[in-house]
Design a protein around this ligand. Sequence first.
Ligand code: SF4
Length: 203
Amino acid sequence: MTLEELNNQILKCEKCALCKTRVNVVPGEGSSKSNIMFIGEGPGKKEDELGRPFVGSAGKLLDKLLGLIGLERKDVYIANVVKCRPPQNRDPLPEEVDFCREWLDKQIKIIKPELMVLLGRHSMDRFLPNHKISIDHGKPKRLNGQVYYPIYHPAAALYRNGLLEDLQNDFKKIPKILEIIKEERINNKKGKEGKAEQIKLGI
Ligand code: SF4
């Protein structure tokens, strides 16, 4: 199945109650061939209106952050843990994340990103449970062969003083992480199964 075929299925999904309040489903967008996926929490008001991820003020910041490392949206794939907007932008409920799990898993299986950048704590909880974003942001981890990189959500950096600098600094580490992943691929390093291991950046 192609990513486009999958996303067409997602557009028709009515598996959880969020289908009743959404305007549009927001499957994700970007390059299906990218080696980086950015995973946010869920669509906000603007995203719900337009059916596209990260198009509001947090999205504008994400675009600027991508620019810091010489990337544009078309170079990466951007998706969310839940594909429909939780009313009033509340946190997604655990059951909504569970219902939507299959869709994100299938997208990841098709894209096969080398690096998954987890934007904020809901995204981090989905892949790296029992971690804390305030402690673990900016620290890439390998789990079952996949490299995850938790960082603050751009929306949090817009509303909380001091987080923007952390977010910019964490973003600037992405090229180095990709370099390490490439070296490790050459050396066929996979890490321990079932245990999140921190990747040392040496910077
Ligand atoms: S949030 Fe996910 S599971 Fe729920 S209706 Fe939307 S696409 Fe389906």
